[in-house]
Design a protein around this ligand. Structure first.
Ligand SMILES: Nc1ncnc2c1ncn2[C@@H]1O[C@H](COP(=O)(O)OP(=O)(O)O)[C@@H](O)[C@H]1O
Ligand SMILES: N[C@@H](CCC(=O)OP(=O)(O)O)C(=O)O
Length: 373
């Protein structure tokens, strides 16, 4: 057993439609209250919690008095727009009792594909977390057309785990975890307690949704675990109906199915950074800085920078080039273009005199730096 959750600080928790609703009719309020109580405890233990919650369509149907799920997209979207308001109201009411605010963030696939919107979503969510608020994310069902839909919230939750470089993705569902075959169809199905994310054999075991309200079934959850592992997150598919499920996972109880991310978090994260973002500027380094980056993978300090190009902001990906113009590395910059210009070529001592007590000296921290081949 290698569930190493001691250092898992940022959790993305996904609660699926099959769990949230009473047979597709409205929201299961006592269940939601119980999860929120657990989130509040985890937060008090210092964890950062991001919630991805389904349930908008089901809640909307109940409010509108519809007894069967419509098949027309515009009706589903109308139900989602009514239900999303109800869903947030319910979460916020339970969170308020614990003195915490929830925030609503609705995303479409395009928001996480298009670079500018991706960075915006990331900045908003990070700020919300810094403010101690619990973001509650769902797909923007009211406007997402077929082409830009995630469809299921497992994929959305994994992309949010990538976006925020979460340590753990917890997918709460109506089964005890991933079985070697669909337990609704095969009574002798065996629960898998630990697997490797990305193992292709898992896909043949995972079937579609067994309920009228769920979307994607286990197959989207298995894909989600591989996707989350790309940025180094482990995934646990766990029984959302089990008492204190989240607290028990936190305490290390081997509930559900644990997906090992495979590669060390830092290495995975770096690889993901390099593949995911397009560079938005260039930093020119002197020979000394180029050498320490190449040979030691050190952080990039202002003193080694001779010039900067590009209209970049804090958090953007930049290329670092040596005096011959050859790319050495890529990394996430800690300062916007103007602030890099103010700092370039200056020693840490001069910067201290100029800016007083500075908490961030590196222009790019080595954890956010990937050497180019
Ligand atoms: N190998 C499997 N192990 C567990 N559940 C499976 C498996 N294959 C298919 N399923 C089905 O997946 C369902 C859960 O997915 P889904 O209905 O989409 O729930 P959610 O709304 O929580 O995402 C289960 O109820 C089960 O019928
Ligand atoms: N976004 C939709 C839910 C999509 C959905 O059901 O996904 P899942 O919970 O993965 O089965 C809603 O809020 O109704």
């Amino acid at each position: 057993m290698s569930r190493d959750l001691k250092n898992a600080q940022r959790w993305v928790i996904k609660i699926g439609s099959s769990l949230l609703t009473n047979n597709g009719q409205g929201l299961d309020l006592p269940a939601i209250e119980a999860w929120v109580k657990q989130l509040l405890v985890l937060r008090r233990h210092g964890l950062e919690i991001v919630l991805v919650s389904s349930g908008a369509v089901a809640a909307g149907m109940e409010r509108l008095g519809w007894t069967s799920r419509p098949s027309a997209l515009h009706q589903l979207q109308a139900a989602a727009s009514v239900g999303q308001a109800a869903l947030i109201q319910v979460y916020n009411e339970f969170l308020r009792r614990g003195g915490v605010h929830g925030s609503q963030v609705l995303l479409t696939h395009e928001d996480l594909q298009e670079r500018h919107r991706y960075l915006n979503a990331r900045a908003t969510l990070r700020t919300v977390l810094e403010l101690g608020v619990i973001p509650i994310i769902n797909e923007n069902d009211a406007i997402a057309s077929t082409e830009i839909r995630f469809g299921d919230n497992d994929t959305l939750a994994a992309m949010v785990a990538n976006l925020l470089e979460a340590d753990l993705l917890v997918i709460l569902t109506d089964q005890a975890g991933l079985y070697d075959q669909d337990p609704r169809k095969a009574p002798d199905a065996r629960l898998l307690t630990e697997v490797e994310a990305g193992d292709p054999a898992l896909l043949s075991m995972a079937g579609g949704s067994g309920s009228a309200v769920g979307t994607g079934g286990m197959s989207t959850k298995v894909h989600a675990a591989s996707r989350a592992a790309q940025s180094g997150a482990a995934t646990i598919i766990a029984p959302g109906g089990a008492e204190d499920v989240l607290l028990r996972i936190w305490a290390g109880e081997p509930l559900g199915t644990y997906f090992r991310p495979g590669v060390a978090k830092l290495a995975a994260r770096k690889r993901w950074l390099a593949g995911q973002l397009r560079p938005n500027g260039v930093l020119h380094l002197d020979a000394g800085a180029a050498k320490v980056l190449r040979e030691k993978g050190s952080s990039l300090l202002p003193v080694g920078i001779t010039a900067a190009e590009g209209d970049f902001q804090r958090g953007d990906l930049l290329c670092c080039v040596d005096p011959e113009g050859q790319e050495i590395a890529r990394g996430l910059v800690n300062f916007a273009y103007e602030d890099v210009l103010l700092r370039k070529g200056k020693s840490s001592k001069t910067l201290l005199e100029l800016f007083g007590d500075i908490d961030e000296v590196e222009i790019i921290h080595r954890d956010n730096l990937v050497l180019s081949n």
